[in-house]
Design a protein around this ligand. Sequence first.
Ligand code: PXL
Length: 281
Amino acid sequence: MKRILTIQDISCLGKCSLTVALPLLSAMGYETVILPTAVLSTHTMFKNFTCKDLSAELQKITAHWKKENIRFDAIYTGYLGTEEEIETVISIISEFRTDKTQVFVDPAMGDNGKLYPAFDLAYARHNARLCAIADCILPNITEAAFMTGLPYKEEYDETYIRELLAALHKNGTPCPILTGVSLSKGKTGAYGYDGLSGNYFIYQNNLVDAMYHGTGDIFSSVAIGALLYDLPKETAMKIAADYTAHTIEITKNRKDGCWYGVDFESTIGYLLELIASNKKN
Ligand code: PXL
């Protein structure tokens, strides 16, 4: 069984970061080791959330793992609260990385042309330093624009997407994957570049007209889990995009749900079916 280390915050209530990565990767059949960077009462879309930074603890936890000679097949980082946290995570990756470890970075920091309120341009540039050392990154267009300094565009064509991918590749990562890419009206999906083969890969499905918090984390967790099955990259994108879209659709139609996240718990059965049918093909 592959062992994945995921480094993100715990938003105790909120269905994002570790509270989605852990159940989804476990359901996908991975031993999932967590390194919580901070504990928040809720995610930051709530007012008056509490936050306890765990930076000081990270060194102690990872020093213990080193003594136990623990190794990881993959390291997956998500939302990181500060520039210092990013620096700590860069050094943890360099300590635990072997030539077999695949490093995935989701530089979760913004959407729709804006950074989340807690972040600024200096933070985005720091995230670009983390992305530079990753084997594969999964930013959305907003995050890619802030990290590369290219303009953010609401309306775009494939040339713009390839420019962003080229800039991210030049920054250092062999496999940048842009999420939330819409190549035609009513569609959305992922568009990636595999620097090792020199090929682009694309998956588009129908856009579900609803926005919920945490769906980026759900897409990334499933995409990373699927990539670690060593499926073709298009297939991994299909599994992640179809699962995320279906989960948003189910959530949209519910009567008694919460506003702050999607009902991913009720669609885990669908995820496993999707994986089984795509592994066969
Ligand atoms: O879904 C990304 C995320 C993760 N963790 C926290 C957040 C957010 C997005 O706002 O606030 C604490």
